[in-house]
Design a protein around this ligand. Sequence first.
Ligand code: COA
Length: 161
Amino acid sequence: MPRIACYPGTFDPITNGHIDIITRCAKLYDSIIVGVAQNDKKNPLFSFAERMQLTEQVLGAMPNVKVHGFGELTIEFARKHSAQVILRGLRAVSDFDFEFQLAAMNRKMATDVETVFIPASATDAYISSSLVREIAALNGDVSEFVPQVVATALYNKLRGG
Ligand code: COA
């Protein structure tokens, strides 16, 4: 049976921190399904279509990584793609409370899907999509935190493009 893991998130936008987790996990699993959540309640800067497009552009060269959008429960998304595992990155202890709650809730709903936590690399532990958006909005340099295509999209978007 192929080992399939899904990596759900809002990806508003995808950062080097997300890419680090995906790259490392792509070596551990036969296939990684990256799930771009519609998540309208988070009021994302980028539309769902834009987040999908950017995520696909950034991950397109990775042979065992596929990108899909979803609007249903993460456990349903995982089942739809035959994923046995939900991957979540942990950057700091502060992530743990929420992530533990999410994992426990998902496990309550679906005992056939496990959550696996991956520690963020030390160099990426401080990156978050909202800080990247804020830095770009104030004309700061985000090139260390996101791929060039994402940095360009951020500046275009924030200039009203
Ligand atoms: N590198 C960089 N940033 C990281 C990161 C990493 N390794 N790990 C987490 N983050 C950041 C993100 O950038 C994001 O930052 P922001 O809040 O500053 O924008 C933050 O952590 C959380 O983002 P994300 O990982 O996208 O998770 P989320 O909290 O938006 O939740 C889902 C996304 C998809 C997991 C969640 O909304 C969900 O489960 N939705 C489906 C509905 C569902 O099943 N609900 C029931 C749950 S029990």
